[in-house]
Ligand binder design. Structure first.
Ligand SMILES: Nc1nc2c(ncn2[C@@H]2O[C@H](COP(=O)(O)OP(=O)(O)O)[C@@H](O)[C@H]2O)c(=O)[nH]1
Ligand SMILES: [Mg+2]
Length: 369
């Protein structure tokens, strides 16, 4: 599952992407952090995995990863073919969620452009968000129009498709009013139908508010940031303050240096780490862990996954021959200090095939094939 980094030109997308890719390179165990120049794989920061790795001193530590794509070329008019236009929109279509970078810093040396890439206009986060949203919405209108036509044709043979015509017509009107598909109100069945249409403005979004260093140190006092935060709150979306330039510098530091640098800045966690974690959550992903002297590892599953399917992430045999899972949640292990102590306290449970995995479960699967 990939996240697309979108935004107007010069808002800091590539700077942020490079920071992300560098951070990936730093977590030594991931050999190919850049698949192609615009796609980067990054380790998901996980204090639990760090703790386990410290505890077991394994030969290998393997983090969970997610992919980011730097999607360049979006300007106002892209849905009509301006900039990289449709190519850009196709790139977003392949992503499961969107990180929308919004420029929240002034810098007279860096042009702020919205439509004409030669025309410098004042920094305006709300205008930027509207401009990008509108491109996604206009692209969606075209998709929905096509869907309506198809349903109309199908309805000639089977009346049940009239419902689809009606639903997508309502959605088209909503989009035409400048609203995102995300905020379209309908019942669960209708939602499921709309979900099959791969609309851009339906994808979940996180706003990355790109501030300068001073702004990043105290984002709540920055007017630009407040605007984005309010907008995000209204949409039920998250906003993460970042300073792309600073993140790029932080990403070049190793573990201890990084901790010291952040402490100097008075922040507990880099914006990038927060963004990566929030992105992971936005995709509906959680991690379970396996731990031992050979390897400590975080595995990615979607929320709601049951034990046998989680086992299948490790090996298909684990799923096929699943017997039970021995589970202790990380917090219980940490509190008791060791696996044996956790066992003595009865905190290591034996779970069957209907067990729904929790984030941070440490698991040993029993199987027989
Ligand atoms: N002052 C300042 N400049 C930044 C920041 N982030 C990016 N820039 C600069 O803005 C310019 C455009 O950034 P870039 O990442 O290439 O933007 P993109 O077009 O969105 O990919 C570059 O010169 C960056 O160095 C920031 O946080 N503060
Ligand atoms: Mg760029």
């Amino acid at each position: 599952m990939k996240l697309g980094i979108v935004g107007l030109p010069n808002v800091g997308k590539s700077t942020l992407f490079n920071a992300i890719t560098n951070a990936g390179a730093e977590s030594a165990n991931y050999p190919f952090c850049t698949i192609d120049p615009n796609v980067g794989v990054v380790a998901v920061p996980d204090a639990r995995l760090d703790w386990l790795s410290e505890f077991y001193q394994p030969k290998k530590t393997t983090p969970a990863v997610i992919e980011f794509v730097d999607i360049a070329g979006l300007v106002k008019g892209a849905s009509k073919g301006a900039g990289l236009g449709n190519k850009f929109l196709a790139n977003i279509r392949e992503c499961s969620a969107i990180v929308h970078v919004v420029r929240c810093f002034d810098d007279e040396n860096i042009m702020h452009v919205v439509e004409n890439t030669n025309l410098n206009v004042p920094v305006d986060p709300m205008g930027d968000i509207d401009a990008i949203d509108l491109e996604l919405i206009m692209a969606d209108v075209e998709m929905v129009e096509r869907r309506i036509k198809k349903a109309e044709t199908a309805a000639k043979g089977d009346k049940k498709f009239l419902q689809e015509v009606e639903l997508f017509s309502r959605l088209r009107d909503w989009l035409n009013d400048g609203n995102s598909a995300r905020s379209f109100e309908c019942d669960e069945d209708e939602k499921a139908v709309i979900a099959t249409s791969e609309l851009l403005s339906l994808k979940p979004v996180i706003y990355a508010a790109n501030l300068d260093e001073d702004g990043f140190a105290a984002p709540d006092g920055v007017e630009y940031y407040q605007q984005v935060a309010q907008r995000a709150a209204k949409e039920g979306a998250q906003v993460i303050p970042v300073c792309a330039k600073l993140e790029a510098e932080i990403a070049e530091l190793d573990g201890d240096e990084k901790a010291m640098f952040l402490e100097d800045l008075g922040i507990a966690e880099s914006g990038l780490d927060r963004l990566i974690k929030a992105s992971y959550a936005l995709l509906g992903l959680i991690s379970f862990l396996t731990a031992g002297e050979d390897e400590c590892r975080a595995w990615t599953i979607t929320r709601g996954t049951k034990a046998p399917q989680a086992a299948g992430k490790i090996h298909t045999d684990f799923e096929r021959g699943f017997i039970r899972a021995e589970v202790v949640n990380f917090e219980d292990l940490k509190a008791t200090g060791s696996m044996n102590a956790a066992k003595e306290k009865g905190l290591v449970r034996s779970e069957g095939k209907d067990y729904v995995m929790n984030d941070g479960d440490i698991v040993l699967f029993r199987f027989n094939v």
